[in-house]
Write a protein that binds this ligand. Structure first.
Ligand SMILES: Cc1cc2nc3c(=O)[nH]c(=O)nc-3n(C[C@H](O)[C@H](O)[C@H](O)COP(=O)(O)O)c2cc1C
Length: 218
């Protein structure tokens, strides 16, 4: 069972000023977790992200920043536990951290709106999450995207009530297209997201294969 989101601000590290359990400059490589403006899977995705602490940092789209409080998630409280990067530059300045290979080994986009899925599928990068995804791909850093609109009927929680959505063919087609993008693993449920992250963790912990010997005895 995942930790409840309300506990994100609880625990011994909670203070009224930001106090992180690690120093970003000396911490080992970790997950870069991009959050978009999707209400669907928002709380649950952040619960999964919290299980990775302190080995995860958050990267919010502008829409994510607006949607968070609508689901009773307080940005100030998130910042007490996570290092949070907001989308407040035209060139997605935090993306530069991906060039330092010791910082991030994986980029997760969860939850991903149909807007972000479409942009990622067509190589558009004009938000912090889409820039993180695109630049990671160009660097060969694996990406995991939790696409929300993947079924003919999606039942999701709006800020007021549960609603039933019927993704159009364009949304389903974009998910299919995203699956073709290099270094990208698309997941369609929270269980698949957790499994993909566990698999990635297992991958990272795997000892590097021994270099093949090319020597022949003379
Ligand atoms: C309360 C609320 C919930 C939303 N939930 C979703 C959602 O589940 N899926 C989705 O694709 N868009 C959703 N949206 C719309 C996106 O936030 C909007 O398309 C936004 O432009 C996405 O920007 P981003 O992809 O850069 O985060 C929601 C908007 C609001 C206000």
């Amino acid at each position: 069972m995942y930790r409840k989101l309300n506990n994100l601000a609880a625990g011994p590290t909670m203070t009224h000023t930001r106090s992180l359990p690690y120093d970003i400059d000396s911490a080992p490589a970790r997950f870069a977790w991009a959050v978009t403006g999707s209400g669907h899977g928002l709380v649950e995705s952040l619960e999964i992200a919290a299980t990775l602490l302190p080995h995860v940092d958050l990267f919010l789209s502008r829409a994510a920043q607006e949607v968070l409080p609508l689901y009773q998630i307080d940005l100030a409280q998130l910042k007490q536990r996570f290092r949070v990067f907001r989308d407040n530059s035209a060139s997605a300045v935090p993306v530069g951290m991906l060039y330092d290979e010791t910082r991030y080994h994986t980029v997760v986009v969860a939850p991903a709106t149909s807007n972000t899925v479409a942009k990622c599928a067509f190589g558009i990068s004009d938000t912090l999450p889409t820039n993180m995804f695109a630049q990671a791909g160009k660097l060969g850093i694996p990406g995991i995207v939790f696409a929300c609109d993947t079924q003919p009927v999606v039942v999701t929680k709006s800020p007021l009530d549960w609603v039933e959505l019927r993704p159009r063919n364009i949304e389903l087609d974009n998910v299919a297209r995203l699956r073709q993008i290099d270094h990208c693993h698309v997941v369609c449920s929270l269980d698949e997201l957790r499994a993909a992250i566990d698999a990635r963790i297992a991958d990272i912990r795997m000892p590097a294969p021994e270099a093949e010997s090319t020597c022949t005895s003379a």
